[in-house]
Design a protein around this ligand. Structure first.
Ligand code: ADP
Length: 298
C-alpha cells in the first residue's frame, strides 16, 4: 500500500537528526504505530522523485536485522520516510548501562547479520554505522537503520562536520581530505562497527572530546594513533574481535562471514541471550541517569 500524510495521527517527537525530526505516529488505516522521519532538503521535484524511487528498493529489504520500511513520500521540499517504530530506542541511548558481555556479543552479532544482509541481498554498504543508527525494541530485537540506499539522498545530505564524533575509518578520513571518492569499501563499515561496540560498552564515543583540543587532533588520532580497545573487564575473545574490526589497514579487517565465524560471535549464535532484559534495565537506569550529550569539538 502507499502511505500518505493524511493517514497519520501524530504523537510525540522521538528524536532530532541533522536534517529533521523523527516522530511517533499511528497509521490510521492499519492501526500500526510507526516512526515518521522528516528530512528537509532544498531540491527540485525531479530529484525528490528520484529519492522516492530509490528508496523503493527497501520494500524488498526484509530481514530481522533491518528496520522495516513502510513507504516514503515528499511534500514541498521534505522527504517523509515511514518505518517500523522501535520502542527500545537507539544503542547510544542505552550504551553505558552495564551491558553484560553476552548481550554485547548478541547485539554485535545482529549488527553483523544486518550489514551482511545489506551487502549480499541489496548490494549496498551501510556507510553510516554508529550507535544512533542501531535501534532496539523491548522484545530484544536489534536492527539497523539509516543506511545508504539512495544515492541521490546521500549526495543531497551535505556531509556537514565529518569532524566531531567521527565513526569514519582512517582510510575514509584520509580519502576525503584528499578529495577521493573511492576510498570506501565494506571494510570501512567494519571499522565503524568496532567503534560502536566499544561505545556500547563504555557509554561514550571512544575518542573522548576532553582528550583532544580540536577536531583536527581527534581526526589525527584516528588516522595515526593506536585504535581504542575494550576495557579490561571484557574477555580476551571480545577484545580480539574488536581489535580485528579496528585494524588500521582496511584490507586486513575480516569480512562479515569471517566476523560471524569468530568464536566471540559463535558463542551466542544459538544461545538464548536476554537482550530484552537488558533493554528493560537500561530504560529504568536512564530514568534516573539521563544521557548527557558530550559537547562538540570546534
Ligand atoms: P541521525 O540523523 O542523528 O541518525 P535520526 O534522525 O535518524 O538521527 O534519528 C534521531 C533519533 O530518533 C534516533 O536517535 C532515535 O532515538 C529516534 N528514532 C529514529 N528512528 C526511530 C524508530 N524507527 N523508532 C524509534 N525511534 C527512532
Amino acid at each position: 500500500f502507499k502511505v500518505k500524510m493524511d493517514d497519520f495521527e501524530l504523537f510525540e517527537e522521538l528524536g532530532k537528526g541533522n536534517y529533521g525530526t523523527v516522530q511517533k505516529v499511528v497509521h490510521k488505516p492499519t492501526g500500526v504505530t510507526m516512526a515518521l522521519k522528516e528530512i528537509r532538503l532544498e531540491l527540485d521535484d525531479s530529484k525528490l522523485k528520484t529519492i522516492i524511487t530509490e528508496l523503493d528498493i527497501l520494500h524488498r529489504a526484509t530481514s530481522p536485522y533491518i528496520i522495516d520500511f513502510y513507504g516514503a513520500f515528499f511534500i514541498e521540499s521534505c522527504v517523509y520516510y515511514c518505518m517500523e517504530f522501535m520502542d527500545g530506542g537507539s544503542l547510544d541511548y542505552l550504551a553505558g548501562t552495564d551491558i553484560p558481555e553476552d548481550v554485547l556479543a548478541k547485539v554485535t552479532r545482529c549488527m553483523v547479520e544486518g550489514l551482511k544482509f545489506l551487502k549480499d541481498e541489496l548490494k549496498i554498504m551501510h556507510r553510516d554505522v554508529k550507535p544512533t543508527n542501531v535501534l532496539l525494541n523491548m522484545k530484544g530485537y536489534v536492527k539497523l537503520c539509516d543506511f545508504g540506499v539512495s544515492g541521490q539522498l546521500d549526495r543531497s545530505l551535505a556531509k556537514t562536520n565529518i569532524g566531531c564524533q567521527s565513526y569514519m575509518a582512517p582510510e575514509r578520513i584520509k580519502g576525503e581530505s584528499q578529495g577521493a571518492t573511492t576510498s570506501y569499501t565494506a571494510s570501512s563499515d567494519v571499522w565503524s562497527l568496532g567503534l560502536s561496540i566499544i561505545e556500547a560498552a563504555i557509554g561514550h564515543y571512544p575518542y573522548p572530546p576532553e582528550t583532544y583540543s580540536n577536531v583536527f587532533a581527534q581526526l589525527t588520532a584516528i588516522v595515526h594513533g593506536d585504535p581504542p580497545t575494550l576495557p579490561d573487564q571484557y574477555s580476551d575473545l571480545a577484545k580480539d574481535f574488536v581489535g580485528q574490526c579496528l585494524r588500521k589497514q582496511a584490507h586486513t579487517r575480516p569480512n562479515y562471514k569471517q566476523l560471524l565465524a569468530h568464536p566471540w560471535l559463535e558463542s551466542v549464535k544459538d544461545k538464548d541471550v536476554d537482550v530484552a532484559g537488558w533493554v528493560a534495565r537500561a530504560h529504568e537506569y536512564r530514568k534516573t541517569h539521563p544521557k548527557i550529550q558530550a559537547p562538540a569539538l570546534a
